[in-house]
Design a protein around this ligand. Structure first.
Ligand code: LLP
Length: 431
């Protein structure tokens, strides 16, 4: 199957890390998000090991929690010694409420409000990835008021196009994020940050995009960033302690997607950086990386119950499910391709071509088109594979549809990590 944690048991049911998905659908109801916890831990360890080995002993991964944010995943991240990246005070609250240490958190975002900054600093945030001059002024002003020094990374756009699709392409010169090296604005913001009271520039950050399948764009970004850092050293005598290379390693959603090995990629990027540092005499900085998708995506499977199958004579067939764009908006937003399996009959031939349609009153509410599955019967379960990243995190209550629960599977045991949202939860803020 697509990933090694997926298989089919003797009943012909799809299994995730050995657990029978049909049994779990019956136990918890559908729609249902499943997560293979062991898989996530294994990925955290791979990143840790590779970063320490190929970069520097103090290099470490930060979990980009925008990919999937709930208390249980922050607890897991903490247990695995991960630092965390958050992009909003809500994610920060979530991480702190799970017991994460604020010193291990980096706060991102291109439009942080005064309230966001105060909230983060009141909780002792370790790092800001500072995007712009206004933000730096706000941080500086509050640091002066509190009598503290705040460490920041400056977000830089190296100007790399990693050939990924536009909506998740963040490292190009005209990006809404950060300051570009090419326009001279990266140098300007560096000088400005250094002129501000109570700000310590610990280093730099870049993130070139998401769903990237080869090491070249990461090497190119590292190259541009190090060259920029060397120029600042030569001009201003400043040596950066940290270089954060962001996230972006890709994940296979379908058999057509390539495979990228995390360890191999980091080995090649590390070798490339060591060579540049040696050549320029720049001390290899502590490297941070922010994987999101590559840590959690292939740990996830979403289960739905088939409500009806409709064939429009001479045109196409639809399999309608009890969820859709409210729990997985990625096809509606990006036309992202998924692999769908009839979990109830996973060993049968996938010989039925259909569009899997969600339950929202909106024709664009689809999980995918031209998908091939074993012809589903009403009441059978469809599994959408590789849904651990940017699914629950991007879910909504459109059409007043409540959010599914998350069940984590570890050591062959399933446990509820997020309970199913009730109508009362959904309407709790309404006066
Ligand atoms: N760091 C920064 C600053 C980021 O902006 C992102 C993702 C990451 C790390 C993590 O990247 P990853 O390792 O997950 O590729 N909603 C879109 C993905 C948006 C990614 C935005 N930034 C999707 O569903 O494909």
């Amino acid at each position: 199957m697509l990933h090694s944690n997926l298989s089919v048991n003797e009943m012909g049911h799809l299994t995730l890390c050995g657990a029978d998905t049909v049994t779990l659908a019956e136990k918890y109801g559908t729609p249902l998000y499943l997560l293979d916890e062991d898989r996530i831990r294994e990925k955290c360890r791979t990143y840790h090991r590779a970063m320490k080995t190929y970069f520097t002993p103090d290099s470490r991964p930060l979990y980009a929690s925008k990919a999937l944010s709930f208390r249980g995943i922050y607890r897991l991240a903490k247990e695995e010694g991960m630092a965390v990246d958050v992009v909003s005070p809500g994610e920060l609250y979530n991480a702190l409420s799970a017991g994460m240490d604020a010193a291990d958190i980096c706060f991102h975002g291109n439009a942080k409000t005064v309230a966001d900054i105060r909230y983060a600093m009141d909780n002792g945030i370790g790092l800001f990835a500072a995007d712009n001059a206004v933000e730096l002024e706000r941080i500086s002003a509050y640091a002066v008021e509190k009598g503290v020094t705040q460490r920041v990374l400056l977000r830089i756009t190296p100007g790399i196009d990693p050939h990924t699709f536009d909506a998740v392409n963040t490292g190009k010169v005209d990006s809404k994020f950060g300051s570009a090296i090419a326009t001279g604005q990266a140098e300007e913001i560096f000088c400005y940050a250094r002129s501000l009271a109570n700000i310590e520039v610990a280093g730099f950050h870049c993130h070139i995009g998401s769903q990237i399948f080869d090491e070249k764009p990461f090497c190119d970004a590292a190259d541009l960033m190090l060259t920029f850092m060397v120029s600042l050293r030569d001009k201003y005598g400043y040596t950066a302690e940290i270089l954060n290379l962001g996230g972006g390693i890709g994940v296979r959603y379908t058999e057509a997607d390539p495979y990228i090995d995390i360890d191999d990629t980091l080995r090649l990027v590390g070798a490339h950086m060591h060579a540049i540092c040696e050549e320029t005499g720049y001390p290899m900085p502590q490297i941070l990386m922010e994987p999101g998708r590559s840590l959690v995506a292939d740990a996830g499977v979403t289960l739905y119950e088939v409500q009806n199958v409709k064939t429009i004579t001479g045109y196409k067939s639809y399999a309608a499910i009890d969820g859709g764009m409210t729990d997985n908006p990625r096809y509606a937003l990006y036309q992202s391709r998924y692999t769908v399996v009839n979990a109830s009959r996973a060993s049968d031939d996938a010989d039925f071509t259909c569009t899997v349609a969600g339950r929202c009153c909106e024709s664009g509410d689809l999980i995918g088109e031209n998908l091939t599955v074993a012809r589903p019967e009403v009441g059978e379960y469809l599994a959408v594979l590789v849904t651990g990243a940017y699914n629950y995190a991007m879910s909504s209550n459109y059409n007043c549809i409540t959010k599914p629960p998350i069940v984590m599977i570890a050591d062959g045991k399933d446990k509820l990590a997020v309970r199913r949202e009730t109508f009362a939860d959904m309407t709790a803020c309404q006066m």
